[in-house]
Design a protein around this ligand. Structure first.
Ligand code: HEC
Length: 134
């Protein structure tokens, strides 16, 4: 039930990003997001998004950081093209991740924020998916 709502929202976000394509089996976005994050994001941002775990000094993506101030489009762009800043040390992951993995990892970043931060993100125009049951 909750998962279906999440899927619908994720597809809506993908549509806005011009992702297009057929709707595929997304599976559980929380689980896919967790797996994708652990494999592709945690090496720089930490398993819990705590940040600053290596010389690249990737910022915290959890509630200690400011990533909730970015829009989903900016975060997704960063995932695909490599970071949100000019000359970023973040590796572009667009060619390694499927659209589903990109969306699921974006979704997973939302789960690292506090409720208040999610609300702020939403009020600023971000698409905030419902909090999945852990
Ligand atoms: C090679 C290391 C590396 C990997 C892998 C990586 N990042 Fe990053 N990331 C960085 C660095 C360094 C920055 C800071 C520079 C910038 O914002 O572009 C950053 C910035 C960000 C930001 C902006 C945070 C802010 O507060 O401004 C987001 C969001 C983000 N990364 C998400 C992700 C996600 C999601 C993944 C996995 C799909 C990921 N990153 C994988 C190194 C990495």
């Amino acid at each position: 039930m909750g998962a279906w709502l999440g899927v619908a929202l994720l597809l809506a976000v993908a549509g806005c990003g011009g992702g297009g394509g057929q709707s595929t089996e997304l599976g559980d976005p929380a689980t896919l997001g967790q797996r994708t994050f652990a494999q592709w994001c945690a090496p720089c941002h930490g398993v819990e998004g705590e940040g600053n775990i290596n010389a690249l000094e990737a910022p915290a993506l959890n509630d200690a950081g400011d990533s909730y101030l970015l829009t989903d489009a900016e975060i997704l762009d960063g995932i695909v093209k490599g970071g949100t800043q000019e000359g970023s040390g973040m590796q572009p992951l667009g060619e390694f991740l499927t659209i589903e993995q990109q969306m699921a990892s974006l979704y997973f970043v939302h789960t690292l924020w506090s409720d208040e931060q999610r609300a702020t993100h939403e009020a600023a125009g971000g698409h905030t998916p419902p909090t999945p049951v852990p």
